[in-house]
Design a protein around this ligand. Structure first.
Ligand SMILES: Nc1ncnc2c1ncn2[C@@H]1O[C@H](COP(=O)(O)OP(=O)(O)OP(=O)(O)O)[C@@H](O)[C@H]1O
Ligand SMILES: [Mg+2]
Length: 367
């Protein structure tokens, strides 16, 4: 059950700036969200919306030319239940947080693993980084972790090098390393995007099961709204450096309020769609210099655009826990996806099909 106590992670008014030869650019505009203990928060949005920079800021891993200009990132871990602002930690404190309180899995396992060390070596290293144990114990724990993430022959895999494993297996190794410190929050940023669809599904399910078993919270970052439907409890939708909608996952799919969310959902294939149904990608792209836009940043792509949209749009709460940044939000009929011209139907049933089929939709609530 979702806990009503204070959230595990609370990001408030986060403003991230990147500098370049052309000057400073604000890439996230006062982002605020939280992750409750035990839940999965999905962050969805197209490429360049600011999903990765947000998660990198949480991990203290922003690129050199990036900085946090405003805001706070408070973590209330078991080790420090009173909470601490991750932006105010010393290097050493931050090193302790990484891996032990929060771990992150990235898209590119090959880049994250060291090519010259064996798998065993690297997983053992990850185990030893977080707890004091002798090499033999650590090796046993490493093998156990590799087995848990689904490596068929963990003992043999320990002796292999990253290039000798398939992409999916490498991804599993990276997940094992991320789990080594028994983190309370796992951040998965497009963790399976590079893999083929079947393997992607297997790995996501494995992550979902382990997350439950270890009672971890998760921040799931993806541009795949289907994955969001399958994995998350709550969702934030990002567009051009802003949060444009936030809701419980069921509420979001049944009653999307922001036109951008509607179009994202409409662009997702559903189980009951005709095989020849055309996928409606959202026409246009995320504006390059979104910082300079005063009004709604989605206006130039929005099928519902009105003259009001040139004014700044605030996030408004329409029902408890459900907010959106659009003056029209409550006025557009629920069945209207904004993609009517392309013959879209609301694919709500379809997107939840995967979730329901292997778990029973209600069981998700009780984890
Ligand atoms: N090191 C950097 N220097 C300058 N700008 C950057 C840097 N890293 C990210 N940005 C900019 O910040 C914005 C947000 O990027 P981010 O990587 O967070 O997007 P994203 O939502 O994760 O996209 P994707 O789905 O492609 O991963 C983009 O406009 C990007 O160009
Ligand atoms: Mg990204």
């Amino acid at each position: 059950m979702e806990q009503k106590s204070e959230p595990l992670l609370e990001v408030k008014d986060l403003e991230l700036i990147f500098s370049s030869d052309f000057g400073d650019r604000t890439v996230t505009d006062h982002i605020s969200f939280h992750v409750n203990a035990g839940e999965t928060l999905g962050i969805v949005g197209e490429s360049g919306c600011g999903k990765s920079v947000t998660s990198l800021a949480i991990m203290g891993l922003l690129a050199r030319n990036g900085r946090v200009n405003a805001g706070s990132i408070v973590l209330r871990s078991r080790r420090k239940p009173e909470g601490k602002d991750l932006l105010r930690l010393t290097r050493r404190e931050l090193d302790e947080v990484r891996g032990r309180d929060i771990s992150m899995i990235f898209q590119d396992a090959l880049a994250s693993l060291n090519p010259v060390f064996s798998i065993g070596n690297q997983v053992v290293e990850a185990v030893c980084a977080h707890q004091t144990m002798d090499r033999r114990e650590a090796a046993a724990r490493a093998e156990e972790l590799l087995r848990r993430v689904g490596l068929p022959d963990p003992e043999a895999a320990m002796r292999k090098y990253p290039f000798q494993l398939s992409g999916g297996m490498r991804q599993r190794v990276m997940i094992a390393m991320a789990l080594a410190g028994k983190p309370e929050l796992l951040i998965a940023d497009e963790a399976t995007t590079a893999l083929d669809v079947t393997i992607q599904a297997q790995i996501m399910r494995m992550i979902r099961d382990i997350r439950r078993e270890m009672q971890m919270s998760m921040l799931l970052i993806t541009h795949d709204i289907g994955l969001i439907a399958e994995m998350s409890d709550r969702v934030i939708v990002m567009y051009a450096g802003q949060i444009v909608e936030e809701a419980d996952v069921y509420e979001l799919f049944r009653n999307p309020l922001h036109p951008y969310t509607r179009l994202l959902i409409a662009a997702t294939p559903g189980m009951y769609d005709a095989p020849d149904r055309k996928l409606a990608a959202i026409p246009g792209t995320v504006p390059e210099n979104y910082t300079d836009i005063i009004g709604c940043r989605f206006a130039d792509r929005c099928p519902y655009v009105t003259t009001e949209c040139v004014k700044p749009q605030e996030n408004r709460e329409f029902s408890p826990g459900h907010s959106a940044r659009c003056h029209l939000a409550a006025q557009i009929p629920a069945a209207d996806t904004g993609a009517g011209a392309a013959g879209q139907t609301q694919p709500t049933e379809g997107v939840f099909a995967a979730r329901a089929s292997h778990q029973g939709a209600s069981a998700w609530r009780d984890s």
